[in-house]
Design a protein around this ligand. Structure first.
Ligand code: NAD
Length: 315
């Protein structure tokens, strides 16, 4: 279907994550149109009304409305945050069967509109649902992106920024692997500004690896810690999704740890998983196949194995 001269993003799922995305989206003025779709039509309608009432204070004009799947036809990006959230004590992978069924239906409806843009997926288990979206849509793998470990890497950078007392935007560090229990930090490449963290540890005895190991555990388990306290997580992921949206719509060539389809990179095939990738208007321009240490590679392989085992029964 012919694209318009303006950017249209369709958000499917106007729950806590979707609305945090929408709120951040209009506050950052990143596109001209935002369409809201939810199985609960009244909710999408109410959210559109509420968001519209803030538009006089937004940095740029934006049209927000509650729409239908037909509105996906000329869209540049469809963001999916629909589905069932993680319950206390439930792992993300427990959600797989329930959300796979929901996704097959949603993707079928989007594709029936003539959509030919990019999909961005956040619903959990995000790596598996990104794979399901790719399979069901028939779109090229570069055009289907999961939020992957973007949020986890942001949590990691934030906590490292606190530990070393520097602006988290100057922390260059990545979490890769499954967005979930088997994810791993790439310590071998982590840096504060231009200084490798390993050399910072050698130079200053107030820093040590035990603290950093504990810090990573807090990153990995952050969702559990937040869910225990407030029932769900949504602001961090909302802002992560806006960051990825900007990288796409502004053709930024930004490096983000999204869930991307591996086709030989990291010695793995036929899986969507969190890895650093260059993102632009075409989607995933390139996956960065960084050299991991032997231990990091083993952990990554384990993460792939767990994802594939979980995915097998539902595909
Ligand atoms: P929520 O229950 O608040 O919202 C989900 C929304 O999806 C609801 O409004 C519901 O009506 C809608 N929905 C359900 N089935 C639908 C369908 N078939 N079509 C259209 N809409 C449908 O949940 P939430 O807190 O917003 O979480 C959404 C998802 O995001 C969950 O899977 C959660 O685990 C995930 N999440 C991901 C990350 C990440 O880093 N990727 C972080 C936090 C949450």
């Amino acid at each position: 279907m012919k694209k318009q001269n303006i950017n249209r993003v369709v958000l499917i799922g106007t729950g806590a994550v979707g609305c945090s995305y929408a709120y951040s989206f209009i506050n950052q003025g990143i596109a001209e149109e935002l369409v809201l779709i939810d199985v609960n039509e009244k909710r999408a309608e109410g959210e559109a009304m509420d968001l519209n009432h803030g538009i006089p204070f937004a940095p740029a004009p934006v049209k927000v409305w509650s729409g239908k799947y037909e509105d996906c036809g000329p869209a540049d990006l469809v963001v999916i945050t629909a589905g069932l959230p993680q319950k206390p004590g439930e792992t993300r992978l427990d959600l797989v069967a329930k959300n796979t069924a929901i996704f097959k239906e949603i993707v079928k409806n989007v594709m029936a509109s003539g959509f030919n843009g990019i999909f961005l997926i956040a619903t959990n288990p995000v790596d598996i649902l990104t794979y399901v979206t790719w399979k069901e849509s028939g779109l090229p793998k570069e055009k289907v992106i999961g939020s992957g470990t973007t949020l986890d890497s942001a949590r990691f950078r934030y906590m490292l920024g606190e530990y070393f007392d520097v602006d988290s935007r100057n922390v260059h560090a990545a979490i890769i692997g499954e967005h979930g229990d088997t994810e791993l930090p790439v310590w071998s490449k982590a840096a504060i500004g231009s200084e490798n963290i390993a050399s910072l540890l050698e130079k200053n005895e107030k820093y040590n690896q035990q603290d950093l190991d504990k810090l990573f555990e807090n990153v990995r388990d952050a969702a559990y810690h937040i869910i225990e306290r407030k029932g769900a997580t949504y602001y961090g992921i909302g802002m992560s999704l806006v960051r990825i949206t900007k990288a796409i719509l502004n053709n930024e060539n930004s490096i983000l740890t999204v869930s991307a389809y591996l086709d030989g990179q990291y010695g793995q095939n036929d899986v969507y998983i969190g890895v650093p990738a260059i993102i632009n208007r075409d989607g995933i321009r390139e996956i960065m196949d960084i050299d991991l240490t032997k231990e990091e590679q083993e952990k990554f392989n384990h993460s792939v194995k767990v994802l594939k085992e979980t995915m097998a029964p539902v595909l």
